[in-house]
Write a protein of this length. Structure first.
Lengths: 158, 827, 298
C-alpha cells in the first residue's frame, strides 16, 4: 500500500475569541486540531465517527461534530469550545448541571453543554420532549440523562 | 450535634438495623450535597489520560487480527522512517510475560494471553504487532502496511460449537473447550423436586455486550530515565492492583520503580478493572525505547477487543406447589467466554456469579446449579456492571412470571409468597451468601402501588381488541452483594483477594484536611462522599476537605473501585482515620484545658470543653500538634496524619436489594417497544449522598434498558464481528431512557459505618427482566413471551407472526427464540 | 481512527471545483466533500481513501435557497439540513425574502430535514452531499424523488438535469459522472395537496430501517416512495379510488392500515430484502403509514 505524503496546510481561525494560526495535516479533524495543536482538551473524542457527541463544538455559533469536521474546512471561521462558553445563560446552565447531578464521569459533559446552549438559544421554551429530541445526538453512559434533562429544563423559560 | 457521638453510634450492633430517616440523623451524611468534582468538568478542565501532554511522547497503534482463528505464519515490518519502530511478540518476550489469569477452583483451565500474538490468533481483533510513530495517524498508516500472513483455522463461533464433538481444542493441554464447568447441588434437592406439583422449564439468552464507557481505554507510559522509573498513566479502576500486575508481568523492573497514575476516568463499569495485553505492550515498549509512548484506544478497537460481557444462555426449572411456593430451583448457565481469560476476573466470572446469586431475594433452600464457561474464537469477556446478576435475574424473574401465569396468580403475589421474611435476617442463602439485613415485602408493596398496578390491569381490560399498542407491566427483583472482602473472594477462588481499603488523612496547620484514598472514582463522586463522611466525624466543612486518589506514590495501598465497595470500605477507612484524628485532637485539647478528654465534644471545627470554657479551634490544636510541640505532653505523639486500613468485621458483604418495575407499550404492527414508566424501589441502607445514589441508579437503569432493548454485539458464523461502530452497537440515548422514578427504603447494615451498603451495580440488573416481563405481560393474550435480551422489534414481530400461525393449535411463541434448545452439552 | 492521508483543496467556485476534478492525475481518487457528515465517518474508518478531497462547502453560490421564475424552488447543494429544518413557518423563504414556497413544500422539507440524525449533524450536513452520497438509508433520496425534484449536475461539458427519481442507482451509486458536481436541487412549483411520512428507527436519530414518503398533488394516482431499501428508492403506485376507499372507510384504524399495508406489500419488489419477512413487512407497514398519514392531512 502506497500512502501519499501528508499534505500540510496553514490555517487561520478564531478559537474562543482568539485568532490562531496553525499548521496541520489536511486529514486532521477539528477535534484533533483543538486537542493536539491548541491544547484545548475539553473537547473529547468519544467515537470519532459522529455518533456520541462528546466532541460537539460551536462553529460560527452552530453545533458541529469536531471529529467529522475537517480542520481545513474551518479556515477563517470561529470555533467555540467548552473552555470558551460564557455568558449568563451558560453560567445558569453550568450551575444547573451542578445542582441536578447532570454529570458523573464528566467525559460527555463538554459536548452536552455545547448542545444544550445551542438548544436553549434556539428554543428557550423547549419542553421535556423537545429537549430529549434535540439532545438525542449526545450520549451519556453514566447519568441515565435524568439530571441533564432536569438541568436543561430549569434553564428554559417555561 | 455531637459528631464524636455519631461516630460511636456508627459501629452499632445488629439491634440498630432499623429503618432510618434519610438525612435527619446527621449533619453531613445523608444530604444531597452537590459534587466537588463538577466544576472542572463543566469548564472542560477535567484531565483524562488522553489529555495529558507529554513532550516527545510517541503514539502507538496495534495491528490486529482480521480472522477469528488461525496460525500466524509471519508478520512483516513496514518501511519505517527515523524515530519509528515496529514490534512483534519476539521483541517483547524477554521483557513481558504473557498474561495468565487463574482461578483457584477445581477444573479451571488457564492459558497464556500474550500481549502480541505468538503462533496463533484466536479472535478477530487480537493484537499481533505494534507500530510506534510521531502521531496516531502516522501509526495507523504504518499499521496498515504491516503484512500479516495467517493460515485460517475453522473458528468456534458459539458456546455450543465449543462443545461439539470434533471441535478443535482452543488451547494446548486443555481437556475440552471450557474455562470451567461445574454442577453443585444445595439442600435436599431431589426430594423437593419429587414433592413439587408444578415443574416449569424455560430457556433464555442474554446477548454479548460491550460495556462502552464514553472514554475508551488508553495509557501513556513514560520511562523516566532520570529516575529509572516507569510512570504509567492509565484510565483504570484500581491503581495499586494495576501496579501489582505490571510488576508481575514486566521482567527486570522491580515494583518500587513503577508508579501508576490515574487521572479523571471517563466511565469504566468494570471494563477498566483488567490488565490488558495492550497496556502491557505499551509499558514494555516504553521501557525498551526509554521514552514516552501513548496508546488511546479508538471506538472500533473498543468494540473489538476491550472486555465484552454476558452472552449467557440459560435454562431454568422451577419446581413449585400449586399455591406458588417454590420448593426447588434448577439453573444451567452456558456462557461464551471468548478466547482468553481477562486478568484477574477470568472468563468464568459471568457463569459462576449467575449460578451463585440465582436464588436472589427468595426463600429457596433446594437448588442445583450448573455453570459452564466456553472458550470460543471471540473477544474475551469479563466483568461489566452487574456481572452475572442481570442474567440470573432475567432467568429467575422471567420464569417467575411464567409460573404466575401457569398458576393464574398475579406476578407480585407469587413473589410475595416466596420473599425472605423480614425476621429471617441475617439470612444465609442456599449457596452460602450471608445477607446481613433486608426488608423485602414492603418493597414489593411499594412497587405495586407506585407503578399503579391496578390501573394498568383495568386499562388492559378496557383495551380495544385490535388496539395497535398493548400495554404491560413487569417486575424484577435482585439482591446485590456489596463491600465483600477477602474471605468472600477466597471462597470464589479469586487469586487476588480484595480485603480492605485505606485512607490516610492529614490535618494541616490551618486546620483543613486532606484525604488520600485507595479507591479510584470513574464518576462516582468519591471526592464528595468521602468528604461528607470526614465532615460528619470531624465537623470540618466539606470545602476544607480535599480528596486525592489515583497515584500509587501518594495514596495508601488498597484495591480500588469495583464490586459496589467504595463507599462502605473507603468510607469506612475515612471514618476510622477521622475517628483517630478526633481522638488526638481531644487529647491535645484536654491537656490544654487540663480536663479529662472523655467529657470533650467536637463541633464547628473546635473541641468543646465543660460549660463556661472557651472551645479550642482545630487550627490551634493543629499548631500544637505540628509546630508548638513543646506544648504537647510527652504521652501524645506529634503530627496529625492517620492511616486507617479498613477491613469490615463481616467479610461476606452488605446486601442491598431492589425491585424494578417497568410499564411498556408494544406496537404489535412493528414489534417496537416503548417504555412508558420505569420505577426502582431500592434499599442500600443509610445513603451518604442520596443525590449520588440516585445517579448510580439512573445510570445503571439506562444500561439495563440498553441491554433490554438495544445493545447486542453480533458475530457471524466465521467469528467475524458485525458491530464495530456505534452506528451498529446502539447505546441508549435521551429518547430511549425515560425519567426513571426511585423509591427508597433504608434498612441499615449492622456492621458498616452509619449502616450504609453499596449501590453501584443494582441499577443495571433488573432492566432486561422487568422489561422482558412487561413485554410478555402486554402480549399474554397473543401467546407470546420474551426469551432473549435485547427484546428487538424484529423479534417481537416475528414471534407474533409465529403465534398467529400456531394459533389454531393453541401454541405459544417466544420472542427471541433461537433454535438454541438442543442445549446442554455433556457436563 | 484517523483518515488515510489526502490532499485538500477548498474550491473557491463551482468552476474551480470542476477544474480541480478535471486536473486529477490517473492515479488520483478525487472525492467531492461538502459537509462531510457521511464521508467523514467513512474517512475516519478508512472505508474510503481518496487521494484528493475537493471541498465545495464554502461556495456561496451553492448555499442559497431561491425561488425560480416558474414558481419552483432551487436549493443549492450545500444548503444544510438545519437551514431547511429552520425554514420559517408560513412558507416564506426567509425573513429577508418574502417570496413564498409552493403550498406545502416548506412543511415537507422542514419535516424531512428535522428528522435527519442529530442537530449537530444537520448543522453541517448538506442536502446535496446526502444525495450524492446515496446511502439508501438516508432521508433525502426517497423524499426528493417523491417531491418530483430535479437534480442539477455541472461538469466540464456544462450543466445537465436528472430527475431525482432516476438519480440514485443503488448503494452509493448515482447518475453523477466523473468530473461532475451536484450543484442544486430543483423543486417543482406545483402545490402539494397532502403529504405523509413514515419512518422506523430502533432509536432516535439512527439510520432508518424503513422510510416512506407520500406526496399527493391530486390526479388519478397516489405514489408512495420507499427509502432504506438497501438500494435506490422505490415507487409504488396506488389507485386513487382504492386509497380514497381505505381512507374514507369506517373500518377501524388497524383494519385500514392492514388493507393499505397488504396492498403495498403485494406491489413490493421482490428485490427488496428477499427472504426477510420482517423487513418486507416493515417497508409495507411504514409505506402504509405514510399514505394514511397523507390522507389524514387536510
Amino acid at each position: 500500500m502506497n500512502a501519499p505524503a501528508p499534505d500540510l496546510i496553514d490555517l487561520e481561525l478564531t478559537v474562543n475569541g482568539t485568532a490562531r494560526q496553525v499548521r496541520a495535516e489536511a486529514r486532521t479533524s477539528l477535534c484533533d486540531l483543538l486537542r493536539d495543536a491548541l491544547h484545548l482538551t475539553g473537547t473529547h473524542a468519544g467515537c470519532e465517527h459522529g455518533v456520541c457527541g462528546a466532541c460537539t463544538v460551536l462553529l460560527d455559533g452552530q453545533p458541529v461534530r469536531a471529529c467529522i469536521t475537517l480542520a481545513a474546512a474551518c479556515e477563517g471561521r470561529a470555533v467555540t469550545t467548552v473552555e470558551g462558553l460564557s455568558g449568563p445563560l451558560v453560567d445558569r446552565l453550568r450551575a444547573a448541571f451542578h445542582a441536578e447531578h447532570a454529570l458523573q464521569c464528566g467525559y460527555c459533559t463538554p459536548g452536552m453543554l455545547v448542545s444544550a446552549v445551542d438548544l436553549l438559544e434556539r428554543k428557550p421554551e423547549a419542553g421535556e420532549d423537545e429537549i430529549r429530541r434535540d439532545m438525542s445526538g449526545n450520549l451519556c453512559r453514566c447519568t441515565g440523562y435524568v439530571g441533564i434533562v432536569r438541568a436543561i429544563r430549569s434553564c428554559t423559560r417555561g | 450535634m455531637d459528631t464524636a457521638d455519631a461516630a460511636d453510634r456508627a459501629g452499632a450492633g445488629p439491634g440498630e438495623s432499623a429503618t432510618h430517616a434519610e438525612s435527619g440523623a446527621y449533619a453531613s451524611v445523608g444530604h444531597p450535597v452537590p459534587r466537588s468534582e463538577d466544576e472542572r468538568h463543566l469548564h472542560g478542565a477535567g484531565r483524562f489520560v488522553a489529555d495529558i501532554a507529554w513532550p516527545g511522547a510517541l503514539h502507538l497503534a496495534f495491528v490486529r487480527s482480521t480472522v477469528a482463528h488461525g496460525v500466524l505464519r509471519s508478520v512483516r515490518a513496514p518501511a519505517l522512517e527515523a524515530g519509528e519502530s515496529f514490534w512483534t511478540a519476539a521483541d517483547l518476550q524477554d521483557i513481558a510475560h504473557p498474561i495468565v489469569a487463574k482461578l483457584n477452583r477445581p477444573g479451571f483451565q488457564s492459558a497464556p494471553y500474550p500481549c502480541l500474538a505468538t503462533d496463533r490468533v484466536r479472535f478477530a481483533g487480537q493484537t499481533i504487532a505494534a507500530v510506534v510513530a510521531s502521531s496516531r495517524a502516522r501509526a495507523e498508516d504504518l499499521a496498515e502496511m504491516v503484512e500479516v500472513d495467517i493460515d485460517p483455522l475453522p473458528p468456534i463461533a458459539s458456546a455450543r460449537a465449543a462443545f461439539e464433538p470434533g471441535a478443535p481444542l482452543m488451547h494446548e493441554g486443555w481437556t475440552g473447550n471450557h474455562f470451567m464447568k461445574f454442577t453443585r447441588t444445595f439442600g435436599d434437592f431431589d426430594a423437593a423436586v419429587a414433592r413439587a406439583e408444578v415443574h416449569l422449564t424455560r430457556r433464555y439468552r442474554m446477548e454479548r455486550l460491550a460495556p462502552s464507557p464514553l472514554e475508551t481505554r488508553g495509557c501513556l507510559s513514560v520511562f523516566d530515565r532520570a529516575q529509572g522509573r516507569l510512570l504509567f498513566h492509565t484510565c483504570c479502576q484500581r491503581p495499586h492492583i494495576q501496579r501489582d500486575f505490571l510488576a508481575e508481568q514486566l521482567i527486570g523492573i522491580d515494583q518500587h520503580r513503577i508508579q501508576v497514575l490515574v487521572p479523571d476516568v471517563g466511565g469504566a463499569f468494570g471494563v477498566k478493572t483488567n490488565l490488558y495485553p495492550e497496556e502491557l505492550a505499551v509499558a514494555a515498549i516504553s521501557i525498551r525505547l526509554g521514552t514516552a509512548v501513548r496508546w488511546i484506544e479508538d471506538r472500533m478497537e473498543h468494540l473489538l477487543s476491550a472486555c465484552h460481557a454476558r452472552e449467557n444462555d440459560e435454562s431454568v426449572t422451577i419446581h413449585a406447589n400449586r399455591d406458588g411456593e417454590i420448593l426447588a430451583l434448577e439453573a444451567e448457565y452456558l456462557v461464551d467466554g471468548g478466547a482468553y481469560s481477562m486478568l484477574p476476573s477470568t472468563s468464568a466470572v459471568e457463569a459462576n456469579m449467575s449460578a451463585n446469586v440465582m436464588p436472589g431475594p427468595y426463600r429457596i433452600r433446594n437448588y442445583r446449579a450448573t455453570a459452564m464457561s466456553a472458550c470460543t474464537n471471540k473477544a474475551p469477556t469479563g466483568p461489566y456492571r452487574g456481572v452475572g446478576r442481570p442474567a440470573a435475574c432475567f432467568a429467575m424473574e422471567r420464569t417467575l412470571d411464567e409460573l404466575a401465569h401457569v398458576l393464574d396468580m398475579e406476578p407480585h403475589e407469587l413473589r410475595r409468597r416466596n420473599l425472605i421474611a423480614a425476621d429471617a435476617f441475617p439470612y444465609t442463602s442456599a449457596t452460602g451468601l450471608v445477607y446481613d439485613t433486608g426488608n423485602y415485602p414492603p418493597m414489593m408493596d411499594t412497587a405495586v402501588r407506585a407503578l399503579g398496578h391496578g390501573e394498568v390491569r383495568a386499562a388492559q381490560q378496557a383495551m380495544a381488541p385490535d388496539a395497535r399498542e398493548r400495554i404491560g407491566i413487569g417486575y424484577a427483583w435482585y439482591v446485590e452483594q456489596t463491600a465483600h472482602t477477602a474471605k468472600e473472594f477466597f471462597a470464589r477462588g479469586s487469586v487476588v483477594l480484595y480485603g480492605f481499603e485505606s485512607a490516610r488523612i492529614r490535618m494541616d496547620i490551618a486546620g483543613s484536611l486532606t484525604i488520600e484514598t485507595s479507591v479510584c472514582s470513574h464518576g462516582q463522586g468519591h471526592a464528595t462522599t468521602l468528604a461528607q463522611i470526614a465532615s460528619e466525624v470531624t465537623s470540618i466543612p466539606m470545602e476544607r476537605i480535599g480528596v486525592r486518589a489515583g497515584d500509587t506514590d501518594v495514596v495508601p495501598y488498597g484495591n480500588g473501585t469495583f464490586a459496589s465497595r467504595s463507599v462502605v470500605l473507603a468510607g469506612g477507612a475515612v471514618h476510622q482515620a477521622c475517628g483517630r484524628l478526633v481522638e488526638r485532637l481531644r487529647a491535645i485539647a484536654a491537656n490544654l484545658m487540663q480536663v479529662a478528654p472523655d467529657g470533650l465534644s467536637i463541633g464547628a471545627q473546635a473541641v468543646h470543653g465543660p460549660a463556661g470554657t472557651d472551645p479550642i479551634p482545630f487550627a490551634r490544636l493543629a499548631q500544637v500538634a505540628l509546630q508548638y510541640v513543646h506544648e504537647l505532653p510527652a504521652g501524645i505523639e506529634p503530627g496529625l496524619e492517620f492511616l486507617a486500613s479498613y477491613r469490615p468485621p463481616v467479610e461476606t458483604g452488605a446486601f442491598s436489594a431492589g425491585v424494578h418495575a417497568a410499564k411498556v407499550a408494544v406496537d404489535i404492527e412493528t414489534g417496537a417497544v416503548r417504555l412508558l414508566d420505569y420505577l426502582v424501589v431500592e434499599d442500600c441502607g443509610q445513603t451518604i449522598n442520596p443525590m449520588i445514589v440516585d445517579g448510580q441508579v439512573y445510570g445503571g437503569v439506562a444500561q439495563g434498558i440498553g441491554q433490554a432493548l438495544l445493545e447486542e454485539l453480533r458475530y457471524d458464523a466465521q467469528g467475524q464481528p458485525g458491530t464495530v461502530t456505534l452506528a451498529d452497537y446502539l447505546l441508549p440515548g435521551f429518547g430511549e431512557v425515560p425519567e426513571v422514578r426511585i423509591e427508597h427504603q433504608h434498612t441499615l447494615s449492622p456492621f458498616t459505618a452509619y449502616g450504609m451498603k453499596g449501590t453501584g451495580e443494582g441499577g443495571c440488573i433488573g432492566g432486561p427482566a422487568a422489561i422482558g416481563n412487561a413485554v410478555t405481560d402486554a402480549l399474554r393474550g397473543l401467546g407470546v413471551s420474551v426469551t432473549r435480551a435485547p427484546v428487538t422489534a424484529r423479534d417481537v414481530w416475528t414471534a407474533l407472526q409465529a403465534a398467529r400461525a400456531r394459533d389454531a393449535a393453541g401454541g405459544a411463541s417466544e420472542v427471541g427464540a433461537e433454535p438454541a434448545h438442543t442445549w446442554m452439552p455433556s457436563r | 481512527m484517523k483518515p488515510a492521508p489526502f490532499r485538500y483543496h477548498r474550491a473557491a467556485s463551482l468552476e474551480d471545483a470542476i477544474a480541480t476534478l478535471a486536473s486529477a492525475g490517473p492515479d488520483d481518487d478525487v472525492r467531492v466533500i461538502a459537509g462531510g457528515q457521511s464521508l467523514g465517518p467513512m474517512l475516519n474508518l478508512r472505508l474510503v481513501r481518496p487521494t484528493v478531497l475537493v471541498d465545495i462547502h464554502r461556495i456561496e453560490a451553492l448555499r442559497a435557497i431561491e425561488p425560480l421564475p416558474d414558481g419552483g424552488v432551487r436549493i443549492g447543494a450545500c444548503v444544510t439540513h438545519a437551514q431547511l429544518e429552520d425554514l420559517p413557518p408560513g412558507g416564506a423563504f426567509s425573513a429577508a425574502n418574502p417570496a413564498v414556497f409552493p403550498a406545502g413544500l416548506a412543511d415537507v422539507l422542514r419535516h424531512v430535514a428535522g428528522g435527519i440524525a442529530y442537530r449537530a449533524i444537520r448543522c453541517r450536513g448538506t442536502i446535496g452531499g446526502s444525495l450524492a452520497h446515496a446511502d439508501p438509508a438516508a432521508d433525502w433520496p426517497s423524499a426528493l424523488a417523491a417531491l418530483g425534484a430535479t437534480i442539477e449536475l455541472t461538469g466540464p461539458a456544462g450543466r445537465r438535469n436528472v430527475a431525482a427519481r432516476d438519480f440514485c442507482h443503488g448503494l452509493f451509486e448515482t447518475a453523477i459522472e466523473p468530473g461532475e458536481v451536484l450543484a442544486a436541487i430543483l423543486l417543482p412549483g406545483s402545490g402539494i395537496r397532502r403529504w405523509g411520512r413514515g419512518k422506523h428507527c430502533r432509536k432516535a436519530g439512527e439510520f432508518a430501517h424503513a422510510l416512506a414518503v407520500c406526496i399527493d398533488r391530486g390526479g388519478d394516482g397516489v405514489e408512495v416512495w420507499l427509502g432504506a431499501t438497501g438500494a435506490a428508492p422505490v415507487a409504488i403506485a396506488l389507485d386513487r379510488a382504492f386509497v380514497d376507499g381505505v381512507a374514507g372507510s369506517r373500518a377501524s384504524a388497524a383494519l385500514r392500515r392492514t388493507r393499505m399495508r397488504e396492498r403495498i406489500a403485494a406491489s413490493l419488489p421482490a428485490a427488496i430484502a428477499p427472504g426477510d419477512a420482517y423487513a418486507r413487512h416493515l417497508h409495507a407497514q411504514v409505506a402504509a403509514e405514510a399514505v394514511i398519514d397523507a390522507m389524514a392531512n387536510p
